[in-house]
Write a new protein. Structure first.
Lengths: 131, 131
DNA sequence: CAGCATCCGTAAGGATACTG
DNA sequence: CAGTATCCTTACGGATGCTG
């Protein structure tokens, strides 16, 4: 696609995004999002409960994810001194507050899923034209 | 932390999250979020403009990110046949619609940043107690 | 059942150099 | 200036086995 050069040189505001990037790293974790999503609609879940709820997660990844979320104060961990042992994970107040913006994103995702797929199709079509 | 076992066994709804996971993979990209964030407040930007705007991004990663976003119909690419060459990147309508939920998340991030840091501090304190 | 440690394969990502 | 290709390092992430 070729066009004529515009006059406006475009200027970016690079200040507020830096701190944002730190958080993105934290949120932009597939498993973390899944865990928060499930906990948001289930009061509390046990370790294997989450394992079963989240399709492709490995034992290891779930552990790491939960520790990370716990560390950031998103989820709370409650261990019961029973045999066999039992651990409940639940969202903290902070975690519940995260649920809202996250569900906004989920809504957007579901809403525009088909558009994205269509765009990909179109993109592939143009790529095929280079043969 | 030890507590007594509750009665409710907890049940999870594992249906709606599966499709969500597909999108998370797409959104959960640090650089992609940065690019969208910058383009959302700048009309259009050139390649090197984005490079300068986004602190830690490498030449390669920016290229890959832009191609991905372009492929998904989030950004549009406009090349000018000038010397030196010039390419403008801008958000598409789809990309602009993504801006809203994304800024929700950014707001949350800025809003709770201190809470997360506090939680981490607390977490580290408890870890240090195990020495 | 929950969690940690170890091993190991893969690929994500940075640096660099080259083309148009 | 914009983009591609190559190399090379790292750490992400899966499988497995052991402890409480």
């Amino acid at each position: 696609m070729i066009a004529e050069p515009p006059v406006a040189p475009a200027s970016g505001t690079a200040s507020e995004c830096k701190a944002l990037g730190q958080i993105i790293d934290r949120i932009a974790d597939k498993w973390a999002v899944m865990v928060v999503g499930h906990l948001s609609q289930a009061e509390s879940l046990r370790f294997n409960g989450l394992m079963r709820a989240i399709p492709g997660v490995s034992h290891r990844m779930l552990t790491l994810t939960l520790r990370g979320l716990q560390r950031d104060g998103i989820v709370s961990r409650t261990a019961f001194a029973t045999i066999p042992p039992r651990v409940d994970y639940a969202l903290t107040a902070l975690g519940r507050s995260l649920t809202e913006p996250l569900s906004q994103l989920a809504l957007w995702a579901g809403d525009h899923q088909s558009e994205i797929e269509a765009a990909r199709q179109h993109y592939n079509d143009e790529a095929a034209r280079d043969d």
